[in-house]
Write a protein that binds this ligand. Structure first.
Ligand SMILES: Cc1cc2nc3c(=O)[nH]c(=O)nc-3n(C[C@H](O)[C@H](O)[C@H](O)COP(=O)(O)OP(=O)(O)OC[C@H]3O[C@@H](n4cnc5c(N)ncnc54)[C@H](O)[C@@H]3O)c2cc1C
Length: 381
């Protein structure tokens, strides 16, 4: 009997699972016995790490967007429509048009959403977490001649925890290259007491901050921004004046997770950290940013997770017991300035041991921006 696999979300996570499943099913099972349908509300697939490069005028937004259709294995059906509700008990997706889709397996890959509106005045920031704010940052930096720059992480968790520090270190080098670092101050503020919540990664980054005279302000949870007077204020009432405010917006899980009442308070999907199955629904998996796992929200996380989910759906289709488990692996090339990068590789039990930043790792990071479409999204490896 035909089995229907629904994948909800056409970002890195959903696309990798769809393509890996299609490839494996074609090789190992009669593909006509299985239908894979990917639902995405956007025609375009976004490569979010690219906005770090857009904000600093190192690349253009068009390099980091492709039509989802072009990325999917031809045997995967693409339905470009918003899903309004996931009904886990009836194994049904309810689409915006009112139509419904019944699945045998579901992979939830609905990612993160941003909420600038949650903090008064926060939409006035520039940044590198989306296209609009990255283009605004590029334009503002063009005419910036020095002053006080505040980098703020509004809330946690966020996509790619090292990215705010990467942006700060690249900025420091750009100001130096332009000869305006001496008349600039850089202040990095975050709600926790570390630059990134992994001690070994924090140690490397705080060392870079200290070498460069970047001020680190921990336990700063932003309450509001006053763009007229250029003041950012914390929940404790601490105020910092700025000339340029670079912000990382509050994140949450997708609206459909909240509307379907299947997530936690922030809309992240309760997921088994080893099997990646959604609690109480063994036919449903969650992947990528959408999960509530205690691990970085990163494309690399989704990449490792996708192999586990694909393996386990296939063994289930064959009537075998689920075998593979996820060990929390993540690997992330992190810029440590303009022209240097390190790599954070870790899992649930083994912490990262990042190498001293190297030029070669920067080039690997740049190269991967281009290779992403084939190697990761199209899953040719
Ligand atoms: C500045 C920056 C730098 C980064 N650097 C790195 C890095 O160096 N390395 C790394 O590994 N990661 C990095 N990341 C993180 C990485 O980009 C994300 O973790 C990854 O893209 C998450 O993929 P995803 O598919 O889980 O979610 P998303 O990319 O958010 O995709 C979710 C998809 O679900 C769809 N969707 C949501 N709701 C619905 C609905 N109701 N109906 C239909 N479709 C829906 C959306 O349209 C979207 O297509 C970075 C991110 C940023 C912002």
């Amino acid at each position: 009997m035909l089995k229907r696999i629904a994948i909800l979300g056409g970002g890195a996570a959903g696309t990798m699972v769809a393509n890996r499943l299609a490839k494996r099913l074609y090789k190992e099972l009669k593909s006509e016995q299985v239908e894979i349908t990917l639902f995405s509300k956007d025609e375009n697939h976004i490569y979010w790490p690219g906005y770090l490069f857009v904000a600093f005028n190192l690349d253009d937004p068009e390099s980091f967007k492709k039509r989802e259709k072009e990325l999917l294995n031809p045997s995967v059906k693409l339905q470009t429509e918003e899903v309004n509700k996931i009904d886990l008990n009836n194994r049904t997706l309810v689409l915006k048009s009112g139509a419904s889709y019944q699945y045998d397996y579901l992979v939830i890959a609905t990612g993160s959403e941003y909420h600038y509106e949650e903090i008064q005045g926060y939409d006035s920031v520039v940044g590198f977490y989306d296209e609009i704010h990255a283009l605004k940052m590029r334009e503002t930096l063009n005419s910036f001649s020095g002053g006080k720059i505040v980098v703020n992480i509004a809330r946690l968790p966020i996509r790619c925890p090292p990215a705010p520090a990467e942006g700060t270190l690249i900025l420091d080098d750009i100001l130096r290259n332009r000869g305006i670092r001496n008349n600039s101050e850089i202040i990095f503020t975050t709600p926790i007491n570390m630059i990134i919540g992994i001690k070994e990664a924090h140690a490397l980054l705080i060392n870079e901050f200290e070498k460069r005279g970047i001020q680190f302000v921990p336990y700063f949870t932003v309450a509001s921004v006053d763009p007229q007077n250029k003041v950012i204020e914390s929940q404790e009432g601490d105020k910092i004046k700025y000339d340029l405010l670079i912000g990382v917006p509050p994140h949450s899980g997708a609206q459909v997770i909240k509307a379907s009442e299947i997530g936690d308070r922030m809309g992240w999907v309760p997921t088994d950290k080893y099997t990646l199955q959604v609690k109480d629904h063994p036919e449903v998996y969650a992947i990528g940013d959408a999960t509530d796992l205690p691990i970085s929200k990163a494309g690399a996380t989704a990449d490792f997770e996708s192999y586990i989910i694909v393996d386990n759906i296939i063994s289930d289709l064959r009537g075998e017991k689920i075998k593979k488990t996820y060990d929390g692996s993540v690997m992330c090339f992190a810029a440590a300035g303009l022209g240097k990068a390190t790599v954070f590789r870790f899992n649930y039990t083994i912490p990262p041991n990042p190498p001293t930043p190297l030029d070669t790792l920067w080039w690997v990071k740049l190269m991967y921006n281009k290779l992403y479409w084939d190697i990761t999204a199209r899953a040719i490896l």
